[in-house]
Every structure is written in structure tokens, then in C-alpha cells.
Write a protein that binds this ligand. Structure first.
Ligand SMILES: Cc1cc2nc3c(=O)[nH]c(=O)nc-3n(C[C@H](O)[C@H](O)[C@H](O)COP(=O)(O)O)c2cc1C
Length: 355
């Protein structure tokens, strides 16, 4: 059984061996924000996925809000990432890098010196952030970005995308989901600006669309995707008035920019409210590129939704943590292991390369 999931599919210029995507998974193993040999092993072991999307990687020193997450904004990082992409390509895998700027989600203790916690508005995130030096700390009140800082941050995305291509990635996924910087602009609970980047839906979309436009102009739409999470609640986001029309318009505009895929998060399986099918259907019909389904999928539900035409590829997150050979297991209908959440973000090989 499960046939469609294992059919090849064209994604821009590359042919993926199957429609199984390894979802982006922050694992916090990048000491000094630099990819290392342990990460090479981890990704290479999962190269059977049709497409690997990396963990969130910051395009800026300011976006390294969590401890030990990798960056991609200098040559040293690009060279280190090249060892990862080489290992994955050697095994005939393909790989997009997820550019995740954490924005207000962070703490100064996690950032390199000179970096700053920037966000569309000076609205503090609730809850605490882990720091290796001081344990759990309150999120700080972020600095409201000036228009100049918005401009330089957009250029950081472009520069990072360039470095990604240099580092051998097949493309870039802009992280506009889960309450990180791009979604901080999209969401009116977080974005209180009154200039051209806030207020109306058109203004709140501007940062996301500018990032998508500039990155796709630089590296090509065929190498640019975006991840979104309408109705997501992570990092104090949540639904807002006019959300259906908002994402209808956003997906239409991303389609016009020629992005190769849209990756839609549904964290219903993680305890968040289920994302209504109405909005997924709207995005599906407005966006002419590929659609990646994600959130709580099994072999059976993935196959069902692909056959129903709900999407073109299916991302698996937690199962990929505990089952490096996930594609083989799905194909054989074998039982899947569950990951140990205690080692999701701890440094070292335990719960990372020893499944
Ligand atoms: C440990 C962990 C880290 C994650 N890190 C990221 C991330 O860096 N970027 C992102 O977009 N989503 C991230 N997610 C969300 C996953 O990509 C995925 O959407 C989620 O796990 C639901 O899919 P699943 O039910 O197949 O696990 C993370 C999830 C987990 C469990």
C-alpha cells in the first residue's frame, strides 16, 4: 500500500525521489551556532527523505534567540553547511534550508555580542526562554525595528539565501510560521505598527512579501518556499479578524511571486487548535506551486490526503527524530518509534544520532 507517497515529484529544478519531507526540527546541537560533524551524521542518516528541510537557521546574529541554533550569515557557517549538503547529496537526497529569524523570541544571553532582540513592535512575549548560562529567563521587551532596521534585516535574508546556494542547498524555506519574525509582522496581536509595515492586512503582509520577493529574485522562485501557520497559537500569535481573507491574499501574492512551494503547518496534533480545512483549501487553490502538508501525519493519513489532492508532499516531524530510516519503514508498513522529548534540545548525540 501507500503508493503515491513514494512517487517522485519535480520541485523546481530538482526531482525528489518521493513525497516524504523531513519537517524543520530545531535540535540545538550547533555549538557556537555552527554546523558540526554530529549534524552531518544526523542529516545524512535521513537523506532518504524526498526533501529535507533543515532546522530553523538564523539569517542574522539578531535571530539566534535560542541556545545552540545554527546561523547562516558568514562564510565560516556557509562552509560548515557545505559539509552537510555534500553528505546529503552524496546519498542522493535533497535539502532546503529553513531561514528562521527568531525576532522577539529570544534572550540576550543566547545572542552573540553586539546582537539585539528586534521585533515589529515592543510587545513582550509571555513565558520563559531557556539560556545555557542562567536557566529559564523572561523574554525581554524587544526593540521596535526602525524602517532602516527592517531594510537591513530584509537584506540579511537575501544575503543568507545567497550563502545557502553557495553552501549547496537546493533552496530556501522562509519561516513565516510559529510566531517567529515574519509571522510577528503578519499577526496583529504582535504587530502594533502604524507605518507601512503595520495596521492594514496589506501592510502586515509587506515584510513577508518583501522577503519572498527579494530572496526569489536573487536565487530564483524555483528555489524559494515559505512555511505558514494560519490559526497557529505558538509564541502568542493566534487567529485574528479577517484571517481567512488574509491568508487567501497572502497565498495569491506568493503564487504571483513564483514561489516553488507553500508549507502549511497544522499543530492540532501538538495540542494547538486544529486548522480549519477551509483555509487550507483556499491556500491550495490560490497557490499554484506545490503544497506541503504537515502536522500529525501517519503513512495512512498522508496517503489519503495526497490521493484526495489536498497537497503534493507530506512533512513528518517527530517521527523523523526517532526513525532515521522513516521512508523505508513507511514503505514497509513497519511500526514507528516515538522520540524522547527530553532530548529534543539537549546538546550531544543522545536522542539525536543514536536512534
Ligand atoms: C523538537 C521540535 C523542533 C521543531 N522545530 C521547528 C523549526 O525549527 N521550524 C519549524 O518550522 N517547525 C519546527 N517544529 C515543528 C515541526 O516542523 C512540525 O510541524 C511538528 O512537529 C508537527 O509535525 P509532526 O506531527 O509530524 O511531528 C519543531 C517540532 C519539534 C517537535
Amino acid at each position: 500500500m501507500t503508493a503515491r507517497l513514494f512517487e517522485p515529484i519535480q520541485l523546481g529544478a530538482v526531482t525528489l525521489a518521493n513525497r516524504v519531507v523531513m519537517a524543520p526540527l530545531t535540535r540545538s546541537r550547533a555549538l557556537g551556532n555552527l554546523p558540526n560533524d554530529l549534524m552531518v551524521d544526523y542529516y545524512a542518516a535521513r537523506a532518504d527523505a524526498g526533501l529535507i528541510v533543515t532546522e530553523g537557521v538564523s539569517p542574522s546574529p539578531n535571530g539566534l534567540g535560542y541556545p545552540r541554533i545554527p546561523g547562516l550569515f558568514n562564510q565560516e557557517q556557509a562552509q560548515a553547511w557545505k559539509t552537510v549538503t555534500d553528505a546529503v547529496h552524496q546519498k542522493h537526497g535533497h535539502m532546503f534550508i529553513q531561514l528562521m529569524h527568531t525576532g522577539r523570541v529570544g534572550h540576550m544571553a543566547n545572542l552573540p555580542s553586539g546582537a539585539r532582540i528586534l521585533a515589529p513592535s515592543a510587545v513582550q512575549l509571555s513565558g520563559k526562554m531557556w539560556t545555557d548560562s542562567y536557566g529559564l529567563q523572561d523574554h525581554p521587551v524587544p526593540i521596535e525595528m526602525s524602517e532602516g532596521e527592517i531594510e537591513s534585516t530584509l537584506e540579511e535574508y537575501v544575503r543568507s539565501a545567497e550563502l545557502a546556494i553557495q553552501a549547496g542547498f537546493d533552496g530556501v524555506e522562509l519561516h513565516a510560521a510559529n510566531g517567529y519574525l515574519i509571522e510577528q509582522f503578519l499577526n496583529p496581536h504582535v504587530n502594533r505598527r502604524t507605518d507601512q509595515y503595520g495596521g492594514t492586512p496589506e501592510n502586515r503582509m509587506r515584510f513577508a512579501l518583501e522577503a519572498a520577493r527579494r530572496v526569489s529574485e536573487r536565487i530564483g522562485g524555483a528555489r524559494t518556499g515559505m512555511r505558514v501557520s494560519p490559526y497557529g497559537v505558538f509564541n502568542d500569535t493566534g487567529a485574528f479578524e479577517g484571517i481567512e481573507e488574509f491568508y487567501a491574499e497572502l497565498s495569491r501574492k506568493l503564487s504571483q511571486l513564483g514561489l516553488v512551494y507553500i508549507h502549511v503547518v497544522d499543530h492540532g496534533s501538538m495540542g494547538a487548535p486544529q486548522v480549519p480545512w477551509s483555509i487550507k483549501r483556499t491556500i491550495r487553490s490560490n497557490f499554484t506551486g506545490l503544497y506541503i502538508l504537515s502536522g500529525g501525519y501517519t503513512a495512512e493519513t498522508a496517503e489519503r490526503d495526497l490521493l484526495d489532492g489536498k497537497g503534493d508532499l507530506v512533512a513528518f516531524g517527530r517521527y523523523f527524530i526517532a526513525n532515521p530510516d522513516l521512508v523505508r519503514k513507511l514503505r514497509a508498513g513497519r511500526e514507528l518509534r516515538l522520540p524522547d522529548p527530553a532530548t529534543f534540545y539537549t546538546p550531544g548525540a543522545a536522542g539525536y544520532t543514536d536512534y
